[in-house]
Design a protein around this ligand. Structure first.
Ligand SMILES: *[C@@H]1O[C@H](CO)[C@@H](O)[C@H](O)[C@H]1NC(C)=O
Ligand SMILES: *[C@@H]1O[C@H](CO)[C@@H](O)[C@H](O)[C@H]1NC(C)=O
Ligand SMILES: *[C@@H]1O[C@H](CO)[C@@H](O)[C@H](O)[C@H]1NC(C)=O
Ligand SMILES: *[C@@H]1O[C@H](CO)[C@@H](O)[C@H](O)[C@H]1NC(C)=O
Ligand SMILES: *[C@@H]1O[C@H](CO)[C@@H](O)[C@H](O)[C@H]1NC(C)=O
Ligand SMILES: *[C@@H]1O[C@H](CO)[C@@H](O)[C@H](O)[C@H]1NC(C)=O
Length: 365
């Protein structure tokens, strides 16, 4: 078998593995974008697909004894799923992609990566990392590190000394109770921050200071009882599902000029605590308010295209939630509207609703 045949075999297996095993979940629920044309390596485990001895036999380059180093991706070192209790020593200096997911690693000592200064992607998902055992300087010198994956660990704090060049930081499903003030102050290029599945109760004024480029922020599945005040204004996708929010004020979303996707499903939102114009934001394309306690439909911007309101207690449909006036010029851009699981029936839709929602593609009721 030559190298080209092997590449083909790997990519076919990857496709089927990715869909059947739900590998997205490994990375905090947001899929990875790997550019094969740039020669980026497979992000799927090689475990069980080829005998480890084979990698060693065909690759003359140095490789830690615990790991596999496929010859076709010289910058990648695969050490995932081997019950490792600590980091491999003697990581080769060529390492740019280091796969350590699904091991039993609790410690990152200060010199952990001192020989792997070219690291760009570091995967430590599904380990036992403990905040007190992650050295403050373990990551600080990694000036090339752009993607750091630490989902599903035992961290109680955001790691200190995060390197400036990070673009993605995935810390979902840890035990973080509080973000320390200015924890991200130097991460001006960070575009994606996953913090879902932690134990955050509040967001402090300076917690997100410095995040100037953030696009996606996921705070779902935490313990937030109030809509956080100090979120980075550049955010385009904001997920705060599965918390304990009861309402939003008119100011909650003010200043978010780029916000396009807002997910607040599975909270305790009720109309009494919701300011009438809270969602009147013309940048918004998608709004998920499903599984809350709403009894009527809040005012929506006419630019909204996808609205999910299923599983609330909505009893009436008011056209004025979507159209301020009824006429040829005033109509809603809504394409999908979900109202199923409420106290509404199709025959209760008032006259004129179809004129207002004239570009609607599907309605569920
Ligand atoms: C770094 O490389 C040196 C020389 O090969 C070696 O002695 C040392 O143990 C390595 N350190 C780590 C943390 O792997
Ligand atoms: C994982 O590490 C802990 C503490 O270092 C140890 O007690 C435990 O036995 C290890 N588990 C496995 C499966 O190796
Ligand atoms: C980080 O870089 C500084 C300055 O080059 C050096 O003194 C220090 O030992 C390095 N730390 C680690 C953990 O490699
Ligand atoms: C990490 O958390 C899990 C789940 O709470 C627990 O079972 C495990 O013992 C913890 N590991 C360490 C090293 O504290
Ligand atoms: C941020 O990204 C820009 C553009 O890609 C780059 O020139 C700059 O060096 C990055 N900043 C840091 C701190 O890595
Ligand atoms: C909603 O926003 C639009 C556009 O910014 C504005 O013209 C309108 O007055 C707002 N409506 C309410 C009720 O706040």
């Amino acid at each position: 078998m030559d190298v080209h045949t092997i590449l083909l075999v790997l990519s076919v297996t990857e496709l089927s593995q990715a869909s059947s095993l739900g590998y997205d979940y490994d990375y905090g629920g947001v899929p990875l974008w790997i550019n094969r044309l740039l020669g980026e390596p497979s992000v799927f485990s090689l475990q069980g697909r080829m005998a480890p001895g084979w990698f060693r036999a065909v690759n003359p380059q140095a490789c830690p004894v615990e790991c596999d180093c496929p010859i076709q991706w010289p910058s990648a070192v695969y050490c995932d799923q081997r019950g490792l209790g600590h980091l491999p020593v003697d990581l080769p200096p060529r390492t740019q992609y280091l796969f350590l997911q699904r091991n039993n690693i609790s410690t990152l000592p200060a010199d952990a990566f001192s020989n792997a200064t070219q690291l760009r992607w570091l995967f430590v998902d599904h380990n036992q990392l403990i905040s007190g055992l992650v050295a403050k300087t373990a990551l600080a010198n990694l000036s090339h590190l752009e993607n750091l994956f630490m989902n599903h660990n035992n961290l109680t704090e955001v790691p200190a000394g995060l390197p400036d060049g990070l673009r993605q930081l995935r810390l979902a499903h840890n035990q973080i109770q509080q973000i320390s003030s200015r924890a991200f102050h130097n991460l001006q290029n960070l575009t994606l921050l996953l913090l879902q599945g932690n134990q955050l109760k509040t967001i402090g004024e300076e917690d997100f200071t410095g995040l100037l480029s953030i696009n996606l922020l996921d705070l779902s599945w935490n313990h937030l009882a109030e809509f956080p005040k100090y979120l980075p204004p550049s955010v385009q996708q904001l997920y705060i599902s599965k918390n304990f929010l009861t309402g939003l004020s008119d100011e909650s979303l003010q200043g978010f000029r780029n916000l396009r996707h807002l997910r607040l499903n599975h909270n305790q939102l009720r109309n009494k605590d919701l300011a009438p114009s809270a969602f009147n934001l013309t940048s918004m394309v998608e709004l998920d308010l499903s599984y809350n306690q709403l009894t009527s439909i809040p005012l929506m911007p006419s630019t909204l295209q996808y609205l999910y309101l299923e599983a609330n207690h909505i009893q009436e449909f008011s056209v004025s939630s979507f159209c301020r006036t009824l006429g040829p010029m005033d109509y809603s851009q809504l394409r999908i509207l979900r109202l199923d699981g409420n106290k509404l029936a199709y025959h209760q839709l008032p006259p004129g609703w179809a004129t207002c929602l004239r570009v609607l593609h599907r309605i569920f009721i």
